[in-house]
Design a protein around this ligand. Structure first.
Ligand SMILES: Cc1cc2nc3c(=O)[nH]c(=O)nc-3n(C[C@H](O)[C@H](O)[C@H](O)COP(=O)(O)OP(=O)(O)OC[C@H]3O[C@@H](n4cnc5c(N)ncnc54)[C@H](O)[C@@H]3O)c2cc1C
Length: 401
């Protein structure tokens, strides 16, 4: 069983691997490295795990990716969510998996061919169970949609989880791993053989392997090792709206309006809704990003277009019923994460650059461990860091990123 501790000052800690960052990505990485037999220390500066971007997320996962590199990571991750108790070896963990699907909807005839193309691509990539649903069938199955909705792609296997339980499940299921909270990484040490230690505000940890899972701070951790990761951090917000309105379809899937970047899903006691603003500028990461006073109203307005029951919610809404939170998406030049060793600094591994880290964390953590222990060759890893130097990447065309 792992230990989650606030360490006293130390001077002689050693580990086979140090994972920086205690979000869902770091916890999954620590789990898989410890399962591979490594002695792991995870270092998290905050008071607990799963408390920064992971806590700000909408907690959703999906299989519907049109890019092979992403589908190949998403599919095993979903499988791990489905079999979580067995994977982590804990019978009393409940990650609250809810599989009501992802529904990408359009009311614009010009977008329908995009959906048709996406469905064909899912089939080609071996993503099972995606359907194109149109016309009356769409309204019969999802009667909450506005009459103008024309078509949607749907996969019933997609859904959401409790990220808190999942992160702590990975941590508790890790054998031979220690989780140091309230411990800030301040530097990385190198010698002629690459990484040799991690400096923290509690002392130095001697190690030959570091995995950068620092979420929005991954670029700053990269700089500590002298590398300039090509990442940009963009603030993203979401609104929880408390409502007991009978009009909310509590069985609805995660529903995305393909034409206005809005999305929503049912949540205990209300709904989550948000929109991904394509004009939002890159900003420096912070632990307490500000939220916009009008974000909830704008999200409700966007959701109402294809989900008219939101109009009823808006009519009855009180300020106390609204809770807006924010975190950061991290974008890379091809909008895909970076996983595996950094060829420029021996011993430095990466598992960062996510706008979708929740849904990819289980598979990505395993991939880090598989490459580190020689089970997978980094050359066969399409998400390797060196792809940017090699020019072996292209921007993806997946919906809602
Ligand atoms: C509004 C919103 C909605 C989202 N919805 C989804 C969704 O539905 N599905 C999905 O897959 N993704 C979603 N995302 C993205 C997702 O939340 C992130 O990709 C994911 O949480 C990243 O996890 P992480 O562990 O890499 O990062 P984090 O959770 O940010 O963890 C990184 C940790 O590193 C720690 N750290 C950083 N620097 C240091 C240091 N120097 N020393 C010690 N510790 C350090 C931080 O304190 C932090 O706890 C959403 C994001 C937002 C903002």
């Amino acid at each position: 069983m792992s230990q989650i501790i606030v360490p006293q000052a130390f001077n002689k800690e050693t580990a086979d691997a140090v994972v920086i960052g205690g979000g869902i990505v770091g916890a999954a990485t620590a789990f898989w490295l410890s399962k591979a037999g490594l002695r792991v220390i995870l270092v998290e500066k905050r008071d607990g795990l799963s408390s920064l971007t992971t806590a700000a997320s909408a907690e959703c996962f999906r299989t519907q990716f049109t890019e092979k590199a992403m589908a190949d990571l998403a599919l095993p991750s979903v499988e791990m969510f489905e079999n979580f108790k067995n994977i982590v070896g804990l019978s009393d963990i409940d990650i609250g998996i809810t599989q009501k699907g992802y529904l990408f909807v359009t009311d614009d005839p010009e977008t329908v061919p995009d959906l048709e193309r996406a469905i064909k691509q899912y089939d080609l990539l071996g993503v099972p169970g995606s359907e194109l649903i149109t016309g009356d069938d769409l309204h019969k199955r999802f009667p909450f949609l506005a009459p103008g909705a024309l078509a949607a792609s749907f996969n019933n296997r997609d859904g959401w989880i409790s990220t808190h339980e999942t992160t702590y499940g990975f941590a508790k299921g890790s054998k031979n791993a220690r989780f140091f909270i309230r411990t800030l990484v301040t530097g990385l040490n190198t010698d002629g053989d690459g990484i040799c230690g991690v400096e923290t505000d509690k002392g130095t940890i001697h190690t030959r392997m570091v995995v950068n899972c620092a979420g929005p701070y991954a670029k700053i951790i990269g700089k500590m090792a002298g590398i300039d990761l090509p990442f940009s951090t963009v603030r993203r917000q979401k609104a929880f709206i408390k409502t007991s309105s009978k009009n909310v379809p509590s069985n609805a899937p995660f529903t995305v309006d393909l034409n206005n970047h809005g999305y929503w899903r049912p949540e205990a006691g209300g709904v989550l809704c948000a929109w991904v603003d394509p004009e939002e500028r890159e900003t420096a990461p912070s632990d307490e990003p500000a939220t916009d006073w009008d974000f909830a109203a704008e999200s409700i307005h966007r959701a109402s277009r294809l989900n008219p029951f939101f109009e009823n919610i808006a009519e009855e809404l009180k300020a106390d019923d609204i809770d807006v939170s924010a975190g950061f998406y991290v974008y890379t030049p091809d909008d895909k994460p970076v996983i595996g060793p950094c060829d420029e600094v021996k011993g430095l591994h990466l598992n960062c650059g996510y706008w979708c880290g929740v849904m990819m964390a289980p598979g990505a953590g395993k991939r880090v461990a598989d490459i580190a222990t020689g089970k997978m060759d980094d050359k066969d890893n399409p998400l390797r860091y060196s792809r940017f130097k090699e020019g072996d990447f292209e921007k993806g065309d997946t919906f809602l990123k």
